[in-house]
Design a protein around this ligand. Sequence first.
Ligand code: BES
Ligand code: MN
Ligand code: MN
Length: 450
Amino acid sequence: MVYIGGMSRLDELKAFLRFPSVSCQKAHDDDTAGCADWLVAKLSSMGFDAAAHKTGRHPIVVARGSEVPGKPRLLIYGHYDVMPVDPIEAWESDPFEAEVRDGRIYARGASDDKGEIMAHILAAEELLREDGALPVNITFLFEGEEEMGSRSLHDFLPGHRGLLACDVIVVSDTGMAAPDVPTFSYGLKGLACCEVEVSGPAMDLHSGMFGGAVANPITALCEMIATCRDSGGHVLIEGFYDGVDDIASWERVMWSRVPGMDDASLARLTGVSALRPEEGYTGAECIYARPTFELNGISGGYEGDGSKTVIPTRARAKISCRLVPGQDPERVNRLIREHFERVAPRGVTVKVTPQHGGEAYVCDPHSPFGKAAQQALEETFGNAPVLVREGGSIPVIAEISKVLGRDALLLGLDLPDARIHSPNENMRLEIFEKGIEMSKNLLRRLGEIH
Ligand code: BES
Ligand code: MN
Ligand code: MN
């Protein structure tokens, strides 16, 4: 165990995990600000020039290490905000009082993204202590709104190009295939979220007095949703696939070999009797590189005990599409709106309200920085990394990459069983330790590039 200033690596992580920095819940705004201040104090104690920049909502922490002449500059991105904890009763221990059980640390944020951030911070701190200097220039960029769409960072970027200037972006906020399978991601999905509201009668109606004569908004919504995809999983919204390239054959071959990502293993992992991927594609291909149309919630009418014979006045659905390179989130939301307006049956009105989104991201995994990162992964884990494109999204990454004109290296540590966004989120201690070693190796390797 490595101790610095009396705190073990694990103690540092526990202190960070203690803040209930739930970004989307106003009641936690002070906790979220406190978490940003804690990061500033931590990074300042390491000699970094650190500040929490005020925004319209949660602070953005930027910290620059002292200049290392002639070495590349890394922008290490992460988010200190976390998802809500509910359902709280499903947690086996307090989500904000981290507990170690069977080799894992359990807390909200343990994997997404505090454990991953802490691995990079501790790597820098230990290298500074061991070698007296860092092998590269580092700027840390930690935002507090990733889980709610990164609005403030989006607004912050254009005015802070100088502060954030770098040669490459480093992100540990993505998945890892298995504990002994290091994972290098060269892409992220984009996202387009919207809400659909279908309104019918002016008030709830007795379903016998009026049923059969008046359109039921829930039925109408279901009919409309059913026109969005065919039975093979192909999205039927006109123009949805415009600009989408087919998956390259080298990617298909490569992804067929990713451990744990075959259809049978995915079915086992998710507890379904069989996968149902888009026709013509494997589950892994759909996750990594096919755009999706998903319903995340649907509501309306009576959902309490017993039955209540009623035609409800309205019904709602929350929709999100995962996007791939070539798709524009605003355009996809517009296409969805036009589709729903076109297929709305007589007797109801439909309103589609766009929510947050962001573009997909992809880069060349074989750039000099990409190769150095893969070397660092192999050195640390003893196995060559698998190369994947993530099914998940960090919508602001495409934006940061575009504004700064640099690639992002995605070196995630979130295992399939880390339960991110779910009760009992955890990180294996072994992965936390390896993450610190990986970051040290990464900083050294990237420092060798001119
Ligand atoms: N860290 C995740 C993204 C992720 C997780 C990518 C695992 C790949 C593998 C991130 O915090 C996240 O949850 N993103 C959200 C989007 C956000 C706008 C709510 C997502 O992907 O749903
Ligand atoms: Mn995350
Ligand atoms: Mn998340």
